[in-house]
Write a protein that binds this ligand. Structure first.
Ligand SMILES: Cc1ncc(COP(=O)(O)O)c(C=O)c1O
Length: 450
């Protein structure tokens, strides 16, 4: 989608009305009367159609989607190959419950994911419908296969909102308030958030205290190693603020887990599927998880998730865990098309465009006193907004203002963590679109400073 015959570029935003326009405003009003108030809406975008990285609202305003439906539409909105795969499969078989019967494409996708998973061991695959379900399955399998009941997870982590996944989540108190008691036995420790190191260290000289604390403190005091089933970790922390940890953090976790028979469970729900420029974020670190969870981008917007485990961990018996819709054939068809596109071209595009975006923003921490840090891998990029460069005090109000200003200019961004703007466009994003996004974000940062 480049140009129309009239010369107006359809691959870039076009704002025709104040946003939300009248049609969008009417939908928002109806929504407010009937939908759960637990949904978080950062700004009033109403999506009517989408193509590639562009979303159009009912009033004909076009937006550049730099959040990809929260890191979901990996191949962009309505990629023709994904649409075709969905249509073909829907005309053949929509549902047969893969938990009770067999169909070929579920096997094909499981074979593909098992082959792609980092490491050379054989893998078994369980399909669910959401990220939380994949995490829930990982938690249950880890307990079942180890016979242990405790877990270590990280502050800032987001693993989902079902009771097991929520117990592992360490993101925002609003997500937990009012829902206790949660699943017992989860201990949260600080993540390797070097920009805000909980131990006051510098990444170049630290002793990776954020990982060492497990062996040096936890296992010696409150968590007997033989009771710990798993360590849940996002190889790049997503909702926590798009935080890329140092290599030694993940190396250390891998070693500690192996020494004590603890499973290392990598949650790649947000970072997987080519977003970071490699198929899995774990690959950047040579990390071989025992269990891997994937969702979001896996089927370009169709609800599907997978929990991929070392085959010998899959000791659970028929009936132990399943879900009616998990591995739905239409979602699986979308996933097979998505995996092929990501493997063939989109992970490379994510690496290329992501590097271009970061290169363009790398001097922002020097240029703008409110930009504390620019970081990321591939198209998983975080811009840390601060009150003051020296104190590094988070500035959530300023961050929210920047996101809102961008929306008014036709650029869809989202926040993450306390004070981070996240950039997570579809992996099909072009260089021109990336330049538009960087120019617009820069303008919004300047505007927010006024
Ligand atoms: C790393 C991670 N794990 C799990 C989840 C939960 O996924 P879902 O919302 O599909 O349940 C998310 C969602 O943002 C996530 O980012």
């Amino acid at each position: 989608m480049d140009k129309t015959t009239t010369g107006v570029r359809r691959d870039l935003p076009l704002i025709r009305t104040p946003v939300p326009g009248p049609k969008a405003a009417a939908i928002i009003e109806r929504d407010g009367a009937v939908l759960s108030p637990s949904y978080t809406r950062s700004y009033p975008l109403v999506a009517a159609r989408g193509e590639g990285a562009i979303v159009e609202d009912p009033d004909g305003n076009r937006f550049l989607d730099f959040n990809a439906g929260i890191a979901v539409v990996a191949t962009g909105h309505c990629h023709p190959k994904v649409v075709q795969a969905i249509q073909d499969q829907a005309a053949r078989l929509i549902h047969m419950s893969g938990t009770d019967f067999y169909y070929e494409n579920m096997v094909a996708l499981a074979e593909k994911l098992a082959a792609l998973a980092p490491g050379h061991c054989s893998r078994g695959v369980y399909f669910g419908n959401s990220g939380a379900e994949a995490v829930e399955a990982a938690l249950k399998l880890a307990r079942y296969s180890t016979g242990r009941d405790k877990f270590i997870a990280f502050l800032g982590a987001f693993h989902g909102r079902t009771m097991g996944a929520l117990s592992l989540t360490g993101s925002k108190s609003v997500q937990k308030r009012g829902f206790s008691p949660l699943v017992p036995g989860v201990t949260h420790i600080p993540y390797a958030y070097c920009y805000r190191c909980a131990y006051g260290k510098q990444p170049e000289t630290c002793n990776v205290e954020c990982a060492r604390v497990i062996e040096d403190r936890l296992l010696k005091t409150i968590l007997p190693a033989e009771e710990v089933a798993g360590i849940f970790v996002e190889p790049i922390q997503g909702e926590g603020g798009y935080i890329v940890p140092p290599q030694k953090f993940l190396d250390e976790l891998r070693e500690i887990a192996a020494r004590h028979g603890i499973l290392l469970i990598c949650d790649e729900v947000q970072a997987g599927m080519g977003r970071t420029g490699k198929f899995w974020a774990s690959e950047h670190f040579g990390l071989e998880p025992d269990i891997l969870t994937v969702a979001k981008g896996i089927a370009s917007g169709m609800p599907l998730s997978a929990m991929i485990a070392r085959a010998e961990l899959m000791t659970w018996k028929p009936g132990a865990h399943a879900s009616t819709f998990g591995g739905n054939p239409v979602c699986v068809a979308a996933a097979l098309a998505t995996v092929e596109l990501v493997e063939q071209e989109l992970a490379d595009n994510a690496a290329r465009i992501g590097a271009h975006i970061r290169a363009r923003m790398q001097d922002w921490p020097q240029k703008y006193p409110v930009v504390g840090d620019v970081r990321g891998l591939g198209l998983m990029i975080g811009v840390e907004i601060v009150r003051d460069r020296e104190t590094r005090e988070p500035a959530p109000d300023l961050r929210d203002r920047i996101v809102e200003l961008a929306f008014e200019r036709g650029l869809l961004l989202l926040g993450a963590g306390a004070s981070v703007v996240r950039l997570s466009p579809p992996l099909v994003v072009t260089r021109d679109q990336a330049d538009f996004a960087v120019d617009t974000l820069e303008e919004c940062v300047r505007q927010a400073l006024l």
